[in-house]
Design a protein around this ligand. Structure first.
Ligand code: ARG
Length: 483
């Protein structure tokens, strides 16, 4: 048999394609990352073609055998890419026909690269969604651990980067834990929506062969087939959605990193990163730089960029497949790789950071961070809150002028502002009391953060279980397809 390496579509053409056309149109460097999924998609497709008597059983069997060899080559990094063939789909099909002969040409019956690439990318991103959610769970675990150890660690809470009210380190870390919990849920929600199989939509209109799309959908671990063939090959909102999930996660990471950078400065001195997750300076011997946090913050740019790329690229595209869509893989693959790497390292950076509790308390105790509590105290003495606010405002002014903290003022001094103030005020306004009394649901008191910790752990465990089940389901499919 003479096998000519020519384009899959060469029949219609008389002229040869220019080398620069191939260079310009190839997607192999990016879509070769989907090689495994492409073979799985083909295995599901050919088993269906056999079951529906669309191709002879013996041809199907030899295709299956050939695909298994290719799978083995891919797994062992022995699959050689031929850069004269434009993408991974073409590479695998050529390799198959090279191995098993003309029967290989029957694999593409009732299928197009349009539905093939759509199903491959869904399978690829489906795994990305599960992996991202799982990495988010790990980071959340590190944050919860800090919260468990620091229910009584007092620190300033900020609004407008100004001291606002005292909080605890537990409350601060849990704030991030819940942000990351939502990010993880978002990935799983996206997973849920992309859990439909476009294979069998063919080029755009479906096919005349009596295919069974429910069979391929279930063989590949999808809940069901997509409903409309034209939607199936033009839909990339599952890609955009994942790009958003990644961007939102990275934005949350960037806030955490920004705070860690600030907190490790001499001015704050709240935290010291472990030596093994920091770097020094080539010129200033004293430096210990929070480079990891800065890089994570910096990489937010490319992750948001991927989302903008996808939104812009899909805007105004007419139905159905257009070659523009080939540009969807690189940005999102890279953005998921970035987010996963950032989550992995931040889980370790956070887990090994040393918080300076004395410094946090010292900073909190200086100033008038307990002003709200003094006003709340007056409210307990039947002063309307608005009036109390004005009274405390005057006391704060005096505190700033004299440099004496509110709780360090004598009763006599305090009573200048209101004769409702009595000795019990000293049981009310020390920062530890301010924290302890914020027992409202979701508040910063140790009893409230204990509830939050249970909630966070519950969310984490539910998600872990869901990720485990989905992963298991997909792995079972791969095992079956390889039988
Ligand atoms: N390499 C192409 C992609 O990634 C495969 C689909 C090609 N389909 C086509 N009609 N040219 O989108």
């Amino acid at each position: 048999m003479i096998l000519l390496k020519q384009a899959l579509w060469s029949g219609r053409f008389t002229g040869k394609m220019d080398d620069s056309t191939l260079d310009f149109t190839t997607s192999l460097d990016v879509d070769s990352k989907m090689a495994f999924y492409d073979v799985m998609g083909s295995l599901a497709h050919v088993r269906m073609l056999k079951a529906c008597n669309i191709i002879p059983a013996e041809d199907a069997d030899s295709i299956i055998a050939g695909l298994k060899v290719i799978l083995d080559e891919i797994r062992n990094d022995r699959f050689e890419l031929d850069y004269t063939l434009e993408d991974i789909h073409t590479n695998i099909e050529f390799r198959l026909t090279e191995r098993i002969g003309p029967a290989g040409g029957k694999l593409h019956t009732g299928r197009s690269r349009n539905d093939q690439v759509a199903v491959d990318f869904r399978m690829y991103l489906r795994d990305c969604a599960l992996r991202s959610a799982s990495c988010l769970n790990n980071l959340m675990t590190s944050l919860i651990k800090i919260a468990e150890d620091n229910g009584g660690t007092i620190m300033p809470g900020f609004t407008h980067m100004q001291h606002a009210q005292p909080v605890t380190l537990a409350q601060h870390m849990l704030a991030y834990a819940f942000k990351f919990s939502r990010d993880a849920d978002r990935f799983l929600d996206a997973f849920e929506r992309m859990d439909k199989c476009p294979l069998g939509a063919a080029a755009l209109a479906g096919t005349t062969y009596p295919i069974d799309r429910f069979m391929t959908a279930s063989a590949l671990g999808f809940r069901e087939p997509t409903e409309n063939s034209m939607d199936s090959v033009s839909d990339r909102d599952f890609v955009n959605e994942l790009a958003f999930c990644a961007a939102q996660t990275q934005i949350h990471l960037s806030s955490l990193c920004e705070e860690l950078v600030l907190w490790s400065s001499q001015e704050f001195g709240f935290v010291e990163m472990a030596d093994r997750y920091t770097t020094g300076s080539s010129i200033m011997p004293q430096k210990k730089n929070p480079d990891i946090a800065e890089l994570v913050r910096g990489r937010t740019g490319s992750v948001i960029g991927a989302l903008m790329t996808m939104l812009t690229m899909t805007k105004g595209l007419p139905l159905t497949y257009n070659r523009d869509l080939q540009e969807d893989k690189r940005p999102v693959m890279e953005s998921i790789d970035t987010v996963v790497a950032c989550l992995d390292i931040m889980a370790k950076v956070v887990a090994t950071a040393e918080f300076n509790k004395e410094r946090m308390l010292e900073v909190t105790s200086k100033g008038q961070i307990n002003a709200t509590d003094l006003a709340d105290y007056l409210v307990t003495k039947n002063v309307p809150f608005r009036e109390a606010h004005a009274i405390v405002g005057a006391a704060v002014r005096e505190s700033i002028e004299t440099g004496i903290n509110l709780e360090d003022m004598s009763l006599e001094q305090l009573r200048k502002f209101s004769d409702r103030i009595e000795d019990d005020v000293y049981g009310y306004i020390p920062v530890s009391k301010c924290v302890e009394r914020r027992e409202s649901y979701g508040g910063t008191s140790p009893s409230s953060t204990d509830v939050q910790i249970s909630k966070a752990i519950e969310q984490l465990m539910l998600r872990d279980e869901r990720i485990r089940q989905e992963t298991q389901l997909i792995d079972n499919c791969w095992e079956k397809l390889e039988e």
